[in-house]
Design a protein around this ligand. Structure first.
Ligand code: ADP
Ligand code: ZN
Length: 460
């Protein structure tokens, strides 16, 4: 304890600049003023301007909050002090507050400076929720941070950047004027940003001519900046393992599949299992090809990867933020297509459909109970505690609807899924020749890309 207390805070001097942060243009724009201020505080002070002391950076993990904070320090050429909220959780009462005091004292000594508090939510949770241990300690640590910020003198140019991916649980006291009253949001990167991030992380990688970062950006929806960095590295590792001089598009594609789908599994399936999986995946693929409101097919494979025995992949052309009923319905149909194909061909279903059913049910539940897409239940969003199970605030709240409603929701989910399942079964029956052709092609080639799928379907 004594040692941890005595541990001195060492400032970093990051050599990262805003050029290392790709995308996030809004956030960069918002932070310009702060960098400018850190570079020449007196210019602002002589005008009587007060600059924000605290900036809250919000965004999912890996979206570059830490990177951005370091880039601010790098651009302004000021020392960077960092600490993580989670460090305080296991501490004895009083230690956290003392550490905070030391940290701020050191930063003030070296001002202008930046203090970065990662995972502020682990100390800055709404007070009085009483969930989890270390309650008093958290409160004292948080109070100490707030006191320090309130006590900044005008000439002490210390800016506190705090990062969180749970802004919803933060104590409102943190956001009061004079504290973390500036907010910067870092979102999961869009296509253009993903391309830019890939560009940053391939700067030092010798790329083959066939590498198309824009295409790769299209195929990496949902990847954070950290995931993209990992992708570039995995591709380079793969090229190295194969003794190649350059990293090619195939390396990137394989690296991507490994990240998204898991590593290819050793050992192969029995012939019977292979047949089941081939029809199952063909069912997904065929329904996707037949219905009008689905994402384009990317590929189908019966090579086991990660936990899946086979995979049917679709790639949305753009990110979807607002989806229509017809899209959701067809999406459920695609999910049910695998199981329906097994039933049609083998007269029975297998456990391989478990996660399909889970996903379909979860989507149907949201359609019925959250998005007002069911006639009988009407335009009501029914809340359940489960969405916020990690929030102390809601942990003991019962659902805000009656048992009667709960039963109706369940009934309507079953009805919706049943309806779609029937439609899917009919479609597969009607296009059975195409289903057979796809399954045979899969058994022969193991993996079919979009073109091969189209060609197979066109022939029948
Ligand atoms: P967070 O703090 O939001 O969890 P990090 O800043 O730790 O995320 O991001 C981890 C890594 O991911 C960074 O070091 C960087 O290499 C990469 N990264 C994340 N976002 C970006 C971005 N916008 N541009 C370039 N690289 C990024
Ligand atoms: Zn499936």
């Amino acid at each position: 304890m004594a040692r941890s207390k005595a541990r001195r805070f060492e400032a970093e001097r990051p050599d990262i600049t805003m050029d290392d942060v790709a995308g996030s243009d809004h956030a960069k724009e918002d932070l310009k003023e702060i960098i400018d201020y850190l570079k020449a505080p007196s210019r602002y002070q002589s005008l009587g301007a007060s600059i924000p002391k605290g900036v809250l950076m919000m965004g999912p993990p890996g979206t570059g909050k830490t990177l951005m904070a370091k880039a601010i320090a790098g651009e302004a050429n000021v020392p960077f002090f960092s600490i993580s909220g989670s460090e305080f959780i296991e501490m004895f009462v009083g230690v956290g507050a003392a550490r905070v005091r030391d940290l701020f004292a050191k930063a003030k000594e070296e001002a202008p400076a930046i203090i970065f508090i990662d995972e502020i939510d682990s100390i800055g949770r709404s007070r009085g929720t009483g969930v989890g241990g270390g309650h008093d300690e958290r409160e004292q640590t948080l109070n100490q941070i707030l006191n320090e910020m309130d006590g900044f003198e005008k000439h002490q140019t210390v800016i506190v950047l705090a990062a969180t991916n749970r802004p919803d649980v933060l104590d409102p006291a943190l956001m009061r004027p004079g504290r973390f009253d500036r907010k910067i949001t870092l979102d999961q990167p869009h296509k253009k940003a993903r391309e830019a991030i890939l560009r940053v992380h391939t700067r030092r990688i010798p790329l083959a001519d066939n590498v198309d970062l824009s295409k790769l950006a299209t195929r990496t929806i949902g990847f954070s900046g950290a995931d993209l960095e990992n992708l570039a590295n995995e591709a380079a590792l793969l090229a190295g393992r194969q003794r190649n001089q350059q990293v090619s598009m195939e390396h990137f594609d394989n690296a991507r599949d490994k990240i998204v789908l898991g590593a290819e599994r050793e050992g192969s399936l029995s012939e019977t299992d292979k047949r089941v999986v081939a029809y199952h995946e063909s069912g997904h693929a065929l329904i996707s090809a037949l219905l009008p409101n689905t994402d384009p097919l990317d590929k189908v494979t019966i090579l086991p990867r990660g936990r899946a025995l086979g995979v049917t992949e679709q790639t949305p052309e753009e990110e979807r933020y607002n989806v229509r009923y017809s899209y959701l319905r067809d999406r459920i149909a695609v999910m049910l297509g695998g199981r329906a194909a097994e039933r049609l061909i083998f007269n029975e279903t297998s456990t391989g459909a478990e996660s399909d059913l889970e996903q379909a049910t979860a989507l149907a539940r949201r359609m019925v109970s959250r998005w007002g897409m069911n006639k009988r239940l009407g335009p009501v969003a029914f809340r359940r505690g489960e969405d916020h199970v990690f929030l102390g605030r809601e942990i003991n709240q019962p659902p805000d609807f009656s048992e009667h409603t709960a039963r109706m929701i369940d009934e309507e989910i079953v009805r919706l899924l049943g309806e779609i399942d029937e439609q899917v079964a009919n479609l597969l029956q009607e296009h059975r020749a195409k289903l057979e052709a796809l399954a045979q092609a899969l058994l022969a080639h193991e993996t079919l890309d979009a073109e091969a799928i189209q060609a197979t379907l066109a022939k029948h």
